[in-house]
Design a protein. Structure first.
Ligand SMILES: [Zn+2]
Length: 246
């Protein structure tokens, strides 16, 4: 469970391969997707790759209900948030966990994003500036599982699924959205979109884990602009070792 290292997209945190990173002769290298469409969020950071032990730890919390796992994940989230600290404004920033739909929340008895955020806030990653605000976002409908969907399908799946319940908290402010996993970014992008529409000046994103493009998916780099190639990069949750054929 090591933090992500190497060349990453300065906006969404996707892995950049050396050939690509070298050709991006700029301070803020961007992946093909972030070059084509400006995301609704300013920057997304993650602690580690969504595979192996980190993936197991998240599953332990989400599906086995092992709540103490949230403390470990919270430490990781705090570390990811600390990477944004220099970009944060001087004034206080609402920290908004991605909400679950109420029936799922009731069934699981907790929102993992909120538990992890709570644990992270105890470690004070940007001293004095972050405060947890639950209930700012609401999930207006149940969204079918995103597993197995392409990037495009994921975007459609979450479109209109979120609303801002407390506009006064975000209006004219920069906001930090937190979640457990960033897969294609469809969920946090939709959250960022509605927050911006409600008046948030900037939306930052921090997650514990992120799926990263494996070397076997390098094809997207050569075929930048090709929609079919995008779907390859959206292949969810493939452990890097397996995708690379190791
Ligand atoms: Zn990117």
């Amino acid at each position: 469970m090591r933090p992500i290292a190497g060349g990453l997209c300065a906006i969404c945190g996707e892995r950049l391969f050396s050939s690509y990173a070298l050709s991006a002769a700029e301070n803020e290298p961007r992946c093909g997707l972030c070059r084509r469409i400006e995301p609704a969020f300013a920057r997304a950071v993650a602690y580690g790759s969504y595979e192996g032990g980190l993936r197991e730890l998240i599953h332990l919390l989400k599906y086995a209900g092992v709540r103490p796992a949230a403390n470990v994940l919270g430490r990781m989230l705090a570390e990811a948030i600390a990477a944004l600290e220099l970009d944060f404004p001087a004034e206080s920033i609402p920290v908004v966990p991605v909400p679950l739909y109420r029936t799922r929340h009731r069934h699981r008895e907790f929102n993992q994003a909120e538990l992890i955020a709570r644990a992270a806030m105890k470690l004070n990653p940007a001293p004095g500036r972050l405060h947890l605000c639950t209930g700012v976002l609401e999930r207006k409908r149940e969204t079918p599982s995103q597993t197995g969907l392409t990037r495009h399908q994921r975007r459609e799946n979450v479109r209109g699924a979120f609303g801002v319940a407390q506009i006064d908290v975000v209006k004219g402010r920069e906001v930090l959205v937190v979640d457990d996993v960033y897969t294609t970014g469809a969920t946090v992008s939709e959250c960022a979109r509605v927050l911006r529409r409600a008046g948030a000046t900037k939306v930052w994103v921090a997650t514990v884990a992120r799926t990263l493009k494996a070397s076997g998916q390098r094809v997207e780099i050569q075929l930048s602009g090709n929609a079919a190639a995008e779907d390859i990069s959206a292949a969810p949750e493939v452990p890097l070792a397996r995708a690379a054929g190791i």
